[in-house]
Ligand binder design. Structure first.
Ligand code: KG4
Ligand code: ZN
Length: 360
């Protein structure tokens, strides 16, 4: 029987300031402080503004996480912090805060890869056994991983340009729909005809697990311009059809790539085959249903952690910290913030960076 281990996690790699307390498998608190409208006027996250907001809010988030968990700092066993990849100013703010806490308390300090945090979440929420296949799909990430251990990942492929959430957001903007684009497009698509506009399915002929979404976004732009030239604007039905067509194209691309990734994963004969998805785009019911069907076809279990643990949060960082602690990982005051930190160092870097910064 392993010791109960209680870890305080910090996350500040993008535009959410988060702190959480996790005790082996149990989320005791998870605080996420967004940056509200701070970046709205700029069309994307402004790194300097984000970093300053993190520096102002990290101690607030930590105090709240401890309070909600009903614990004092001296009842914590270790401090885990996202030390990359992400927007460097924000990551630095988190790392400095964690170092301060570790120096003041003498607690062990553990640097966590943000992507590993996402990738290990199904172990916290569903107790998945290694190895499982993971698809990360959000506004900042898109990659297929075989997760073999807390520090052992095989990246099968990823986006070579935009992340899918980013494509949803840009396509929504083109059609005059509110942000975030994913939920707006999903809602509009329910009344649309996905077959009216012929939109591309980029890279489907390629014999790998890479994806591309920027051509699809350009095709939406062309269709919109054609409709505006022809009818003077987008009618409600045009918008619904374009949304349905766009969503169907994303579904087809993700399902096809998932099928390929599953073939590679199942080829290893895992004893308890499982597929997990995480990230904001996994909230899309049409996408989720398609991915679930593909997993079932292959005889694999399908899981998607609840949305609050699927999107950026610190419980995933605390949980990854527990797994790393068990593996003997300890950092010290030399821990540095890394803007880039691929999970699978054996693979060539992906070009895609995402609206929220490079996270290959
Ligand atoms: O994981 P997340 O909250 O943040 C990061 O990107 O890190 O994901 C946000 C992204 C946004 O781009 C948003 O448009 C997309 O997830 N999203 C969706 C849906 N809900 C959120 N995309 C498609 N369908 C949805 N229902
Ligand atoms: Zn993330």
């Amino acid at each position: 029987m392993r010791e109960p281990l209680t870890v305080l996690g910090l996350e500040s790699s993008c535009d959410d300031t988060a702190a959480a307390v996790v005790r082996r498998g149990q989320v005791m608190s998870s605080v996420v402080i967004g940056q509200g409208g701070l970046h709205d006027a700029f069309g994307g996250v402004v790194p300097e503004i984000a970093a300053r907001a993190h520096a102002e809010k990290l101690d607030v988030a930590v105090a709240q996480a401890l309070r909600e968990a009903g614990l004092a700092l001296d009842e914590i066993d270790a401090i885990a912090v996202t030390s990359g990849p992400g927007l460097i100013g924000g990551v630095l703010a988190g790392v400095m805060c964690a170092k301060g806490l570790a120096a003041a308390t003498g607690l062990p300090l553990i640097g966590v890869n943000h992507l590993a945090g996402h990738a290990l979440t199904p172990r916290l929420t569903d107790g998945l056994a290694y190895p499982y296949l993971m698809l990360l799909v959000s506004g900042g990430h898109c990659q297929f991983l075989i997760v073999r251990g807390p520090q052992e990942f095989t990246r099968l492929g990823g986006t070579i340009d935009d992340a899918p959430g980013e494509a949803f957001d840009k396509a929504a903007r083109l059609m005059g729909l509110p942000q975030p684009g994913g939920p707006s497009i999903e809602a509009a698509a329910t009344a649309g005809d996905p077959r009216r506009f012929a939109l591309p399915r980029p890279l489907l002929d390629r014999d790998d697990c890479n994806l591309s979404f920027s051509g699809l976004k350009t095709a939406v732009l062309r269709q919109r311009d054609a409709l505006v030239a022809e009818c003077g604007g987008l009618r409600r039905a045009d918008r619904a059809d374009l949304c349905a067509g766009f969503q169907a194209a994303v579904c087809d691309v993700l399902a096809d790539r998932m099928r390929r990734a599953l073939r590679l994963y199942m080829g290893e004969n895992p004893s308890a085959p499982a597929v997990a998805v995480a990230g904001g785009v996994a909230a899309n019911m049409a996408i989720r249903a398609r991915l679930e069907a593909v997993a079932q076809e292959a005889g694999a279990r399908f899981t998607a952690p609840p949305l609050r643990l699927c999107t950026d949060n610190a419980a995933m960082i605390a949980h990854a910290g527990i797994e790393l602690f068990d593996a003997g990982v300890r950092d010290d005051m030399t821990l540095s913030a890394r803007p880039r930190w691929p999970l699978d160092q054996s693979q060539a870097p992906l070009i895609g960076s995402g609206r929220k910064g490079a996270k290959a």
